[in-house]
Design a protein around this ligand. Structure first.
Ligand SMILES: Nc1ncnc2c1ncn2[C@@H]1O[C@H](COP(=O)(O)OP(=O)(O)OP(=O)(O)O)[C@@H](O)[C@H]1O
Length: 750
């Protein structure tokens, strides 16, 4: 997604803000963080209004530095010190890969060290607490109950030792065998032993008794109590039944226990990933990694990462954990090597928290911005530069919210133009009206404005802009545009009028399935998703129906980046994330209902992974957008719909769209008078005069208005509203649809 050297400029809001700074700081680190360690620096937050976007600081050598004096421009770089033969270099490279570090990562790396420390404190404090609670109410009564039996066991053991009970069997055998010699030998030995042991026992008893009396008479009461407790505990331990130990360990849960190699082997056996001849191997020891365990395993020869992915649920069961706690990563060094991360608890059910955008006065959309955290809590940065993003999920999983967080980041960059359309007309995107250049909600015309028409106009406007940008970028002088590509400076130069423009269409299937405009919207979106990102016009579409009918593959395939929250099956997950994702271990159907705002991200960088997106609820979004609107007003970048400069001035051919809008989907033919009445309801300003005409005149008015577009009204004999027979005019819906499609094509430049 991003490289670690860049970061969004997030500046703290002055303390007057309603919202407290979110718990998760907007630290910027590269995504995914599994393979990277160096966090990128977050830009320090200068005072509001001090920063001028677009200014760059280069790090130049300090001329006072004596070491820098010898530097001259273009000095040759030092040649490599050692040159190895190719075969040796390869051999060494292999060795490098297999060499284990002197100190494990959890000792060297501060974040891992902190994680281990955190785990150890949690683990041992839980254990301590567990036993401390049980000491007075379970362990002490048990000790008291078992101590008489312990005293009996102990005294009989001493008696058996003093009287040499262990030799009794041999002596009895000698008697039974009538072996007098052997018996005499054994008896003599016993007498000697008993004599000696009796003396030892008597002395020990005497010492013990004296010590007890001394303690009783002279010792302070705490020492007496301690001694009695120790003695009673020793007796209790001796008297405890073998199958019921005094201290109950079985109650310690799995996640507080150490994950052992035996458990991992058992899991692989249970998942049929081992054979009788070959088990798994551990190329490096099991160790802690964040809030979980990292286990690297070599599967038996012939087994692959894909096999492990398929056995995911069985592996989790074999380890006695929930499938949502087990994460599989591919290891590039071998097809049979799999790296598991076993979380202490389901990390995806833990929300990422509120968006750090709440604490930002502005964002530089040219740089990655914080979007969420991964399964291990590492920040995930997103960027929309040069790409289009498809977001898919079943309803109520956080599709809109996750897409909206990206649009909110764009809103906080006053130089980013926003085009926002929401096919469902939900309240989620309404507040963007404060900042969006073009905005529309739903598909039903209201107040004389057809939002679908508005979308088409906006997309056609964009298409023309994109084509124009390609020409203008290649014509700009080299010192302004050295690589023929949009740069931050060009995008912020108002004279050039080529700002970064984010196109957002939520619930895009509503527009794509529109009976009259669906095809046009599809063609325009396919074009934009394919060619617009390269000139600074990223496109973000979201849908709850990623199937071919609602969102055809010709459009889906144009998206380089995909984000799938929970979907119904792995096949749908593959539709959203792209074919082959399942075999790479990416399956969004494994996400649970409780995993709100959590999805799998693919294609934004070289790596794919889980993102738990930050939450910006309606109020937060409103706060951010109010701030964004003020910022834009101050910078003079509010344009289009946000300041009432609408493209939706009624064109001469608006009658076509209006008639299409008032025809129901199931109506093949409709009387002309009925259409005129409906038109008057739709847009009284434009059509109320028509509606006031008498029956026949109404129909003639409509026929005249539609004639320029080649639409004839059919005249047939039918009954009027009064029940009388008469010649009446009507319209076939298909004629209107054909005319609208033809007009849209012409407008789109076909
Ligand atoms: N990042 C998040 N963290 C926590 N909860 C979230 C997050 N994102 C969304 N939610 C919760 O999920 C609910 C549904 O979110 P959202 O409206 O974005 O879903 P959706 O998939 O767009 O649904 P629909 O298709 O019905 O519009 C939200 O009301 C919110 O409570």
């Amino acid at each position: 997604m991003t490289d670690g050297s860049t970061g969004a400029h997030l500046r703290p809001v002055p303390d007057l803000e309603r919202i407290p700074t979110p718990a998760v700081p907007a630290d910027i680190v590269p995504f995914p963080l599994k393979n990277t360690t160096a966090p990128a620096a977050v830009a320090d937050a200068p005072a509001v209004g001090v920063v001028k976007p677009g200014e760059w600081e280069a790090e130049l050598p300090d001329t006072d530095d004596p070491e820098a004096e010898g530097l001259i421009e273009g000095a040759p770089v030092d040649p490599a010190r050692e040159v190895y033969p190719l075969s040796v270099a390869e051999w060494m490279q292999e060795r490098n890969k297999t060499r284990l570090p002197v100190l494990p990562d959890w000792v060297k790396l501060p974040d891992q060290r902190a994680a281990v420390r955190k785990w150890a404190i949690r683990h041992y404090s839980t254990m301590l607490g567990y036993h401390a609670v049980r000491l007075p109410c379970i362990y002490a009564p048990k000790v008291l109950a078992y101590s008489p039996r312990g005293a009996w066991r102990w005294s009989t053991a001493v008696g058996r030792w003093v009287f040499d009970a262990e030799g009794k069997g041999l002596r009895v055998a000698a008697v039974a065998a009538e072996d007098a010699g052997e018996y005499l030998k054994l008896s003599r030995q016993r007498n000697d032993r008993v004599r000696l042991r009796s003396i030892v026992a008597t002395v020990a008893g005497f010492v013990g008794l004296t010590a007890a009396l001394t303690l009783y008479v002279m010792a302070p009461s705490w020492l007496l109590m301690l001694s009695m407790a120790t003695f009673t505990t020793a007796l209790g331990l001796a008297g405890a039944p073998a199958d019921r130990p005094l201290i109950d360990r079985a109650k310690v849960t799995f996640r507080k226990r150490r994950l052992s190699s035996d458990i991992v082997v058992r899991a692989h056996d249970a998942a049929n990933l081992t054979s009788r001849d070959q088990s798994i191997a551990f190329p490096r020891p099991i160790g802690r990694d964040g809030d979980g365990w990292r286990v690297v395993v070599d599967l038996p020869y012939g087994k692959t990462f894909e096999d492990a992915v398929k056995a995911h649920a069985r592996l989790a069961s074999g380890m006695d954990i929930a499938p949502t706690q087990l994460f599989l990563d591919k290891d590039e060094t071998s097809g049979r090597r799999v790296s598991y991360w076993i979380a202490d608890r389901d990390p995806l059910a833990v929300p990422a928290g509120r968006t750090p955008l709440l604490g930002a006065t502005r964002v530089d959309f040219w740089k990655p911005f914080p979007w969420g955290v991964d399964e291990r809590g590492n920040p995930v940065m997103a960027t929309m530069l040069w790409l289009s993003l498809l977001v898919g999920a079943v309803p109520r999983q956080g599709k809109t919210f996750s897409a909206r967080t990206i649009a909110l980041a764009a809103a906080l960059d006053p130089h980013v133009r926003l085009i926002v359309f929401d096919g469902k007309a939900s309240p989620d995107w309404r507040a963007f009206a404060k900042v969006a250049h073009r905005i529309g909600f739903g598909i039903v015309p209201r107040n004389g404005i057809d939002p679908v028409e508005h979308l088409i106009n906006a997309l056609m406007e964009l298409k023309a802009d994109v084509e124009d940008r390609y020409h203008r970028l290649s014509e700009l002088p080299l010192h302004i545009c050295p690589e023929g590509k949009l740069t931050p400076e060009i995008s912020r130069d108002r004279k050039l009028n080529m700002p970064l423009t984010l196109v957002v269409v939520d619930e895009v299937q509503e527009y794509l399935q529109h009976p009259t405009h669906g095809k046009t919207v599809l063609e325009l979106l396919v074009y934009l998703a394919r060619v617009a990102p390269a000139v600074g016009v990223p496109v973000m579409l979201s849908t709850q129906k990623p199937d071919d009918t609602a969102c055809p593959s010709v459009l889906r395939d144009q998206h380089q980046a995909r984000f799938s929250l929970r979907v119904g099956s792995w096949q749908v997950s593959d539709v959203v994330l792209g074919a082959g994702s399942y075999s790479e271990g990416l399956d969004a159907s494994k996400l649970l209902k409780s995993h709100k705002g959590v999805g799998l991200l693919k294609g934004m960088s070289d790596d794919s992974g889980i993102v738990r997106t930050y939450l910006a609820d309606g109020r937060d979004a409103n706060t951010i957008l109010t701030r964004a609107a003020a910022l834009r007003e101050a910078e003079g970048t509010l344009t289009g719909d946000a300041v009432g400069q609408s493209t939706s001035t009624r064109g001469a051919d608006a009658i076509l769209t209006d008639v299409a809008a008032v025809l129901g989907r199931s109506e093949d033919k409709v009387w002309s008078e009925t259409i005129v009445d409906r038109l008057a309801e739709l847009n009284p300003d434009a059509y109320s005069e028509w509606a006031e005409l008498e029956g026949r005149a109404k129909a003639d008015q409509l026929a005249t208005a539609l004639k320029p577009y080649g639409i004839k009204t059919d005249q047939v004999w039918g009954k009027t509203d009064t029940g009388k027979g008469a010649n009446r005019r009507g319209i076939e819906r298909q004629h209107i649809i054909d005319a609208v499609t033809e007009r849209n094509k012409k407008r789109a430049g076909k």
